[in-house]
Design a protein around this ligand. Structure first.
Ligand code: HEC
Ligand SMILES: [Cu+2]
Length: 373
């Protein structure tokens, strides 16, 4: 049963996200955690209160205007200062506000309580992707995934985005190469921060939304109650590819999680729990790229350099244009690497993607050179 509900929920969520939901589906996404369910009912409750007030106030207003209009001979009453009325219109709104503040405060306090987490993950916003790092922390799962780190990039292909004739995938713009993997039924603390501008970590069906601010650490938490894939997005306008940095959380059983963590640690050479400590923070997700074989120059080029170098905007040498490249190639590869990494004239350092490693930029240069010789 749980799995049918889950499939149904995931299907509805995906459909809503893709924007093809049946007309009328205007509500919040179906909650899949207790806290999200609390937020959902709070939202409904406050909505009802507002609708009731709306109907009463406008009802009284329209009734008075209509019944006591001048054309049927009504005369306005003239009076000042009526203590009874003043007390009533102070006390009633006060009680209404109390009735809304009490449950809201309870939910907000629960949302902010990140203590006693079983696992802690740092989510770093980049223009335009997320980097995840499983950090050392207390809790049940301490040590299991410490030090694992990777980037999570949009996996929808560029032609689906720019070419109208290409069919869009089911989770168009809501799919990534490396999802965030977490165990079911465990409290996950997320620490958010950002590398460049403000981003926001948002997974609606978990009731989680937290700004990721450069230079600050903010935290939030969730306990996934069912396995499956849950989707969210960056929720802070962060630049031209703001819509292209989705979040996918893959919830698996605790055993699957342990197996995944062990495999990741092996594949990426993530330091074991004892030695993770400080260097992990700086070594950052680059490691994954390096460990996944040679950096993929074509991919980096398409993601970070093609915007200028495919079209040749603002004097950027166009790839494939031999005349533009010949004098540059004559400088030698090291000069090209250096200019690509440090910038030159209008060419921004690393094409404006500070998150790229030197190796990735060099691989992109190699790719450009191989096309332009
Ligand atoms: C914002 C546009 C822009 C982006 C993005 C961009 N470039 Fe450039 N690039 C330029 C411009 C403009 C020049 C010409 C600079 C000059 O000669 O003064 C240039 C020049 C270069 C050169 C030649 C340098 C030389 O010594 O003559 C290389 C190599 C290069 N870019 C690599 C890259 C790589 C790799 C990326 C992606 C990581 C990238 N560029 C992204 C605009 C861009
Ligand atoms: Cu963002």
């Amino acid at each position: 049963m749980a799995s049918t509900t889950k499939n149904w929920v995931t299907a509805v969520a995906a459909a809503t996200w893709a924007g093809n939901a049946a007309a009328g589906n205007l509500n919040l996404q179906e909650p899949t955690t207790t806290i999200a369910a609390q937020i959902y009912s709070l939202h409904t409750y406050i909505m009802v209160v507002c609708v009731v007030i709306f109907v009463l106030v406008f009802g009284a207003m329209f009734y008075s205007i209509f019944k006591h209009r001048k054309s049927v001979g009504h005369k306005a009453a003239h009076f000042h200062e009526n203590t009874t009325v003043e007390i009533i219109w102070t006390v009633i709104p006060f009680l209404i506000l109390l009735g809304m503040a009490a449950p809201a405060t309870k939910t907000i306090l629960a949302m902010k309580d990140t203590s006693n987490a079983d696992i802690t993950i740092k989510a770093v916003g980049y223009q335009w992707k997320w980097g995840y790092e499983y950090v050392r922390g207390e809790g049940d799962l301490a040590g299991v995934s410490d030090g694992i780190q990777f980037y999570s990039n949009l996996s929808t292909t560029k032609d689906q985005i720019y070419d109208k004739s290409v069919k869009k995938s089911e989770n168009y713009l809501l799919e990534v190469d490396n999802p965030l993997v977490v165990p079911v039924g465990k409290k996950v603390r997320i620490l958010t921060t950002a590398n460049d501008v403000i981003h926001a970590f948002w997974v609606p069906s978990f009731g989680v939304k937290q700004d990721a601010i450069p230079g600050f650490i903010r935290d939030t938490w969730f306990t996934a109650e069912q396995t499956g894939e849950f989707r969210g997005q960056c929720a802070e306008l962060c630049g031209k590819e703001h819509g292209f940095m989705p979040i996918v959380v893959k919830v698996v059983t605790v055993d699957e999680f342990k197996a995944w963590a062990a495999k990741q640690a092996k594949d990426t050479g993530a330091p074991a729990a004892e030695t993770a400590a400080a260097p992990a923070a700086q070594a950052a997700p680059e490691k994954t790229a390096a460990a996944g074989g040679a950096a993929d120059g074509k991919k980096t080029f398409e993601g970070a350099c093609a915007a200028c170098h495919m079209t040749g905007v603002a004097g950027a040498p166009k790839v494939g244009e031999k005349a533009a490249w010949a004098p540059r190639l004559a400088q030698g590869k090291d000069a090209l690497y250096e200019h690509a990494i440090k910038g030159k004239g209008v060419m921004p350092p690393k094409g404006g993607n500070a998150a790229l490693s030197d190796g990735e930029v060099k691989a992109a240069v190699d790719h450009m050179v191989s096309l332009s010789k």
